[in-house]
Write a protein that binds this ligand. Structure first.
Ligand code: FEO
Ligand code: CA
Ligand code: CA
Length: 547
C-alpha cells in the first residue's frame, strides 16, 4: 500500500501475514541477501565459518555475534563502511571448552568492515580493506570526561583510571556528523560476578543488578570478578565512540554521557551549533537523557569535533501532565547534587547518573530503548519497550498504562524544554488492538507490542521493529507506521526467523536498500537461518531490496 500519490523504495507493499518459520519472511515482491553472519571471516585468505575451529584467536578476526544496531558510512553509491554491534556472546562449537569460551568472549563488541558492490549489484565484504576489524572486550580504550582519572575509576587493571579496555553489551547506538560510530553499553551487569555486600560500590552495583551469579567472563578475565581488585565495572555502561577510519586509535568511553544501561545515542547539531546526544537507560523505571556539548561543532574540523563528547552538560527528562517537559541539568553542586546527598564531584554525578536523576525528580520511564529523529519535522521519537512492573500506583503522565506493552513518545524539543505527545500506545495483544491507539484498520499482523528499534527511511517514513518474543501470543516483526489523526496504522513488512528479533534497521541513501540485523534465531532440525544446511542458526546482517 502507499499513501496517495506517494511511493518510495519500500512503499507500496502488501501487508505480510504473520507467517513465522525457520526463515525470514518479507512482503511479496521483496528479497534479502545475507551479507555476513556470526563467525564469518573479516579478511582475505581465511576459511569459511566452521564452528569446530572457532578458537578465541580466530574469533578476533571474524564477525561478532548477536547483531544489533547498524550504521553504514556511505562513501559513494558502491563503497561504504559497515559498523554493527554484537550485543551478547554466541557459542561456536570448538571441542575444547576453554577455546569455546575464549571465542564467545571475543564474539561481543563491534564489527567493522568495508563493503562494496560486486558486478551483480550486490553488497559484498571488501576482504582486502585495512579497516576491517573487531572491537572486543579486550580492545584498547580510554575513559574521557569528568570520571577520567577519578579515584573510583582506578583499579589493578587501570591504575590511572583512564587507560582501560573493552566494550560489551553493545545494543543500539548512533553516529556523529564527523563520521564516528557510537555504541551504547546496555546489559553490562551480566558479565560481572562477585560478592557485592559490603563492597565500596555496593549501592551502584546493586542498582545495575550485579551479583555473584554473572556469566563465564569472570572466570576468563579478573576484570569481571568484582572482588579481584582488577574490577572495572564502573568503566562499563558507557556510550563509546569509535573512529572507523582509525583502527589503531583506542576507543573512547565518554563518561560525560552518563553511566547506565545505555541503549542508544542519537546525535544532532542544534540551532546554535552545539551537539546534542539523546540516550536512554533500558531498565524499568529508569530515565531518558540528553547531553549538550560545551563547544560548538565545526564543519570539516574532525580533530576538534572528536573532542565534543568529552565536555558539556548531561540533562535528564522530566515529563509534565500538560504535554510539556523539561531537561534538568545534572551539575555537581546544584540542587540536590551535593555532598549531603553523596556527590563529591562531577565525576560522581556521571558515574551515578541514575541516583542523580532520582534526586532531580526525573520521570521514571517504561524501559526506554531506541530514539530516532524525524528528518522532516526534527521531532524526536522515544521508544518505550514496555514495563510489566508498572503498577497502577506508579503511573505517570508519560507512562500511563499498567503493565505497559510499550509506547512511542514524540517530542518537539526546544532546547531545555519541549512539547510532547504519544505517537502510539501499543495494545495488550489479545487479537485486537485493545487499549492501543492503532486504528481499526490495523490488522492482527499489523499490531505490535514492545517497540525496540526504529528508523526513518529516506522519505521520512517511520519503521519499527519489536522485541516481544517473550510476550504471550505475539510474533516479532518489522512494521511501517503511518499517523492518522491521533492514531497509527501499522502494517507488517517482515517477520524474523523463529525466536529471532529484528534490530538495527538502516535505510541506504538510495532509498532502495535496507540493512537489517537478525538477532538470536532458533536452530531448526531441517535447516536454520541463515545457512539452511547442517549449521546451527546464527545471527546475521541482511540486505533487503525489491525483487
Ligand atoms: Fe538490548 Fe534494550 O535491548
Ligand atoms: Ca534494543
Ligand atoms: Ca532487544
Amino acid at each position: 500500500y502507499a499513501k496517495e500519490n506517494e511511493s518510495s523504495g519500500f512503499l507500496p507493499f502488501n501487508e505480510l501475514a504473520i507467517q513465522q518459520a525457520s526463515g525470514l519472511r518479507l512482503a511479496e515482491g521483496f528479497k534479502y541477501k545475507t551479507l555476513c553472519a556470526f563467525g564469518d571471516p573479516l579478511h582475505a585468505g581465511m576459511k569459511a565459518y566452521d564452528p569446530k575451529s572457532l578458537s578465541g584467536e580466530e574469533q578476533k578476526k571474524r564477525f561478532g555475534a548477536a547483531c544489533d544496531f547498524i550504521h553504514v558510512f556511505e562513501q559513494s553509491d558502491d563503497k561504504a563502511i559497515l559498523c554493527f554491534n554484537n550485543e551478547f556472546p554466541e557459542l561456536g562449537g570448538h571441542p575444547d571448552r576453554a577455546e569455546r569460551e575464549q571465542a564467545a568472549y571475543h564474539s561481543v563488541g563491534v564489527s567493522i568492515a568495508a563493503i562494496k558492490r560486486d558486478g551483480r549489484d550486490e553488497w559484498k565484504i571488501d576482504f582486502l580493506s585495512q579497516l576491517n576489524r573487531r572491537v572486543t572486550p579486550s580492545s584498547k580504550a580510554l575513559i574521557t570526561g569528568p570520571a577520567a582519572g577519578h579515584e573510583r575509576m582506578k583499579s589493578k587493571a587501570s591504575p590511572d583510571g583512564i587507560r582501560t579496555a573493552g566494550t560489551l553489551g553493545n545494543c543500539a547506538g548512533g553516529y556523529t556528523p564527523w563520521g564516528t560510530y557510537l555504541t551504547a553499553e546496555e546489559n553490562v551487569q551480566q558479565y560481572f560476578s562477585g560478592e557485592i555486600k559490603g563492597h565500596k560500590e555496593e549501592e551502584n552495583f546493586k542498582r545495575f543488578g550485579m551479583n555473584d551469579n554473572g556469566n563465564f567472563f569472570a572466570r576468563l578475565d579478573p576484570r569481571f570478578d568484582l572482588n579481584s581488585g582488577y574490577q572495572s565495572a564502573l568503566h562499563f555502561g558507557m556510550v563509546v565512540e569509535i573512529d572507523p577510519l582509525e583502527p589503531n586509535e583506542p576507543i573512547k568511553k565518554h563518561s560525560m554521557l552518563g553511566r547506565c544501561r545505555h541503549e542508544c545515542a542519537k546525535v544532532r547539531v542544534n540551532k546554535e551549533g552545539y551537539i546534542e546526544v539523546y540516550t536512554s537507560d533500558d531498565q524499568g523505571f529508569e530515565y531518558i537523557y540528553k547531553f549538550i556539548s560545551a563547544e560548538k561543532y565545526k564543519e570539516g574540523d574532525r580533530q576538534h569535533n572528536k573532542t565534543l563528547l568529552e565536555a558539556g552538560v548531561l540533562h535528564v527528562a522530566k515529563f509534565a501532565e500538560d504535554g510539556k517537559m523539561a531537561w534538568l541539568p545534572m551539575i555537581f553542586g546544584e540542587g540536590k547534587l551535593t555532598k549531603e546527598h553523596g556527590f563529591n564531584s562531577q565525576a560522581d554525578v556521571q558515574i551515578d547518573s541514575r541516583k542523580a536523576a532520582d534526586l532531580l525528580g526525573a520521570t521514571p520511564m517504561d524501559r526506554p530503548e531506541d530514539i530516532d529523529i524525524d528528518p522532516k519535522t526534527g521531532n524526536i521519537f522515544f521508544f518505550m519497550t514496555g514495563n510489566r512492573a508498572r503498577s497502577r500506583d506508579k503511573l505517570n503522565s508519560a507512562n500511563p498504562i499498567e503493565m505497559g506493552a510499550g509506547h512511542i513518545i514524540e517530542l518537539n524539543d526546544q532546547g531545555t524544554q519541549g512539547k510532547w505527545n504519544f505517537f502510539v500506545i501499543c495494545g495488550k495483544f489479545s487479537g485486537d488492538p485493545v487499549n492501543s491507539t492503532f486504528t481499526q484498520e490495523t490488522s492482527l499482523s499489523g499490531c505490535f507490542v514492545y517497540p525496540d528499534n526504529g528508523a526513518f527511511d529516506r522519505d521520512g517514513e517511520l519503521w519499527v521493529c519489536s522485541d516481544g518474543y517473550s510476550f504471550p501470543g505475539f510474533t516479532d516483526g518489522l512494521w511501517h507506521c503511518e499517523k492518522k489523526d491521533d492514531r497509527v496504522i501499522s502494517r507488517r513488512f517482515a517477520t524474523p526467523p523463529k525466536a529471532a528479533e529484528f534490530t538495527g534497521p538502516y535505510f541506504l541513501k538510495n532509498s532502495k536498500e535496507l540493512f537489517l540485523s537478525v538477532q538470536h534465531p532458533a536452530t531448526n532440525p531441517s535447516g536454520s537461518f541463515p545457512d539452511f544446511n547442517h549449521l546451527k542458526a546464527r545471527s546475521a546482517v541482511v540486505v533487503i531490496s525489491r525483487d
